[in-house]
Design a protein around this ligand. Structure first.
Ligand SMILES: Cc1cc2nc3c(=O)[nH]c(=O)nc-3n(C[C@H](O)[C@H](O)[C@H](O)COP(=O)(O)O)c2cc1C
Length: 185
């Protein structure tokens, strides 16, 4: 994992029960010597708190497009899009995948995804029926054509109580994918 050392990685967290796994991902990135910049959607904050990520990274998680900060100035979405080496959205909801496909920019994470010119990796997590929904699959296929990278969700027990395909990929798989992506940049 030495390729992760010194790299700045934007970790986007969206509104899924699997958001708690983003805490482990961020912690592992910090252990590897990477700088994790966490950006959360409003829904993500229903599942985990910005304070958790602040404790793990030593930096405030970005949750708002409108707040001017000393670190990023008034255009946090552009500052972050330009300063990171790559972005990983984990977990990624069906909602953010759809918004990304359409270029919707109604929160800070979606604005960053519109402005970023570095590799973007999406790790979806959702109920199997949502994942297999024809619109979601069409959105994924279209984003793949635009060079957005995807980490397949796994089969297993889902938060809704049933088993199926939709579990967020394991942290070690996400870390390996990130390392391979950064190697080939
Ligand atoms: C308990 C609960 C769990 C949810 N889990 C997921 C999920 O795993 N994947 C998903 O795509 N949506 C899930 N949703 C729905 C999203 O939270 C919802 O679509 C939300 O608008 C996503 O916003 P965001 O993409 O801005 O984070 C869940 C909702 C609830 C109430």
């Amino acid at each position: 994992m030495s390729v992760l050392k010194g790299k700045t990685i934007l970790v986007g967290v969206t509104g899924s029960v699997a958001a708690y796994k983003a805490c482990e991902l961020v912690s592992r990135l910090m252990d590897c010597g990477a700088h994790a910049k966490v950006v959360m959607t409003e829904s993500a904050m229903k599942f985990v708190t910005p304070l958790t990520f602040e404790s793990l990274t030593g930096e405030q998680a970005v949750t708002d497009l409108w707040t001017r900060t000393a670190l990023y100035g008034s255009t946090v979405h552009i500052s972050l899009a330009q300063s990171v080496d790559c972005a990983i959205i984990a977990p990624a909801t069906a909602n953010i995948i759809g918004k990304m496909r359409c270029g919707i920019c109604d929160d800070v994470l979606n604005c960053i995804l519109c402005a970023i010119q570095k590799p973007v990796i999406i790790a979806p997590a959702m109920n199997e029926a949502m994942y297999k929904n024809v619109v979601v699959q069409d959105n994924i296929a279209e984003l793949k054509k635009r060079k957005i990278l995807f980490i397949e969700p796994e089969e297993g027990k889902l938060a809704c109580g049933v088993s199926g395909k939709g579990r967020l990929a394991e942290t070690k798989i996400i870390l390996n994918f990130l390392a391979d992506t950064l190697k080939s940049c």
